[in-house]
Write a protein that binds this ligand. Structure first.
Ligand code: CNA
Length: 362
């Protein structure tokens, strides 16, 4: 719910500059009551989870050398039906529980504890927002998550512990529906190409008209309809982009651009807000949240996102080598590429919005 008692006339949405100091001042003013966030994979790269599109370290660049008809096939529902092994190989690497939330995730919990957070829209499927302690009712997982799973045929939900066991076992087991006449493939509720976005996403869009501030973090803004949320806030609502590179069209008078790593920018912003210590304390709490009840882990040499990508690619390569035959049965690059709804490029090389009524992620 948007906070009551707010009028634009009494509290105009005006920024006094275009730096973090001005942003912090606005955030502490009475004008800023409802903060909305839009998150992408760049928020989790410092946790060791590769994004898709960063050149070199992104999953797509690395999957390109594998025997997939095209890198995105791993997340394509038609391909999954024919060969679920590549997805499950990747799922094993990305399965929640192994990664610690980042300082940026902890910043979101501070927005909540300071009664500023309205909704955190995320494209991420890693559930790190929840792990950091952001309340579930404040999160819209637009592309689904690993939190629940079901049969892709009869839609019967599947037991969380059983899928976890199957995914994390040494030999990947592909979980199957337990309904006697079904036995369909089971998949985490992650939105694949060719699948619709959750109802909660569509229902939450209208709330953006109450936004006093939109902060967009770590996303290439190439996936629609998610990317179009930036245009759903009121005309005078300040919009902030925090990303490694410039994306989207942040050129309105109240727009702000901070190019850099999310964690670095967020730390600076917290300094300006006087939240520096709180951020440190909130992030410290995430240290032992890797698995409920898990003891403090032994210190390990820090794994970089490059190491993680290399590991994922190697695992997939190995799996695909042993499943050549299945690969051959899979859809051809040519025929499936034409089915994708998100990857058409406009003249600037950016992905254009899906024309098709069928939605899809990526
Ligand atoms: P993307 O297209 O890979 O873009 C990531 C963006 O983040 C790029 O613009 C990068 O420059 C930027 N970036 C990378 N690291 C940082 C950093 N440390 N600080 C600031 N910016 C950074 O990913 P999107 O999220 O835009 O694409 C949407 C896809 C990616 C969704 O469907 C997700 O499900 C999917 N995805 C999710 C995860 C995850 O859950 N962690 C990981 C990989 C992909």
């Amino acid at each position: 719910m948007a906070k009551p008692g707010y009028t634009t006339d009494a509290h105009p949405r005006i920024l006094e500059g275009n730096d973090l100091k001005a942003l912090a001042k606005y955030m502490k003013s009475d004008s800023c009551r409802n903060v909305f966030l839009m998150l992408g994979a760049g928020v989790s790269t410092s946790a060791g989870i590769p994004d898709f599109r960063s050149p070199g370290t992104g999953l797509y660049a690395n999957l390109a050398r594998l025997k997939l008809p095209f890198p995105e096939a791993v997340f394509e529902i038609g391909f999954f039906k024919k060969n679920p092994i590549p997805f499950y190989t990747l799922a094993k690497e990305l399965y929640p529980g192994r990664f610690r939330p980042t300082p940026t995730h902890s910043f979101i919990t501070l927005l909540h504890s300071h009664s500023l957070l309205h909704t955190c829209f995320t494209q991420n499927i890693d559930t790190l927002e929840r792990r950091a302690g952001v309340p579930a009712q404040k999160i819209v997982e637009a592309h689904g998550s690993f939190a629940t799973q079901r049969c892709i045929e009869c839609k019967t939900p599947f037991d969380a512990e059983k899928i976890k066991k199957a995914v994390l076992s040494d030999e990947i087991e592909i979980p199957r529906c337990e309904q006697k006449r079904c036995r369909g493939l089971v998949k985490p509720d992650i939105v694949f190409f060719g699948e619709g976005l959750p109802d909660q996403f569509h229902q939450s869009i209208r709330n953006l008209r109450d936004a006093d501030l939109l902060i967009v973090l770590g996303t290439s803004l190439t996936v629609h309809p998610f990317a179009s949320l930036v245009d759903r806030v009121p005309k005078d609502c300040p919009r902030v982009l925090i990303n490694l590179d410039e994306v989207g069209h942040f050129n309105k008078p109240n727009d702000m651009l901070f190019l850099g790593k999310c964690d670095d920018v967020v730390r600076e912003l917290c300094k300006e807000l006087g939240w520096e210590e709180e951020l440190g304390a909130a992030w410290e709490k995430t240290k032992y949240s890797l698995e409920a009840g898990e003891e403090e882990p032994e210190p390990e040499p820090e794994e970089t996102v490059e190491d993680e990508v290399e590991k994922i690619t190697k695992d997939l390569e190995q799996t695909l080598n042993v499943s050549d035959k299945k690969d051959e049965e899979g859809p051809s690059a040519k025929s499936k590429a034409s089915d994708l709804v998100e990857l058409g490029s406009d003249e600037e090389g950016k992905t254009s919005p899906a024309e098709s009524p069928t939605e899809g992620k990526l």
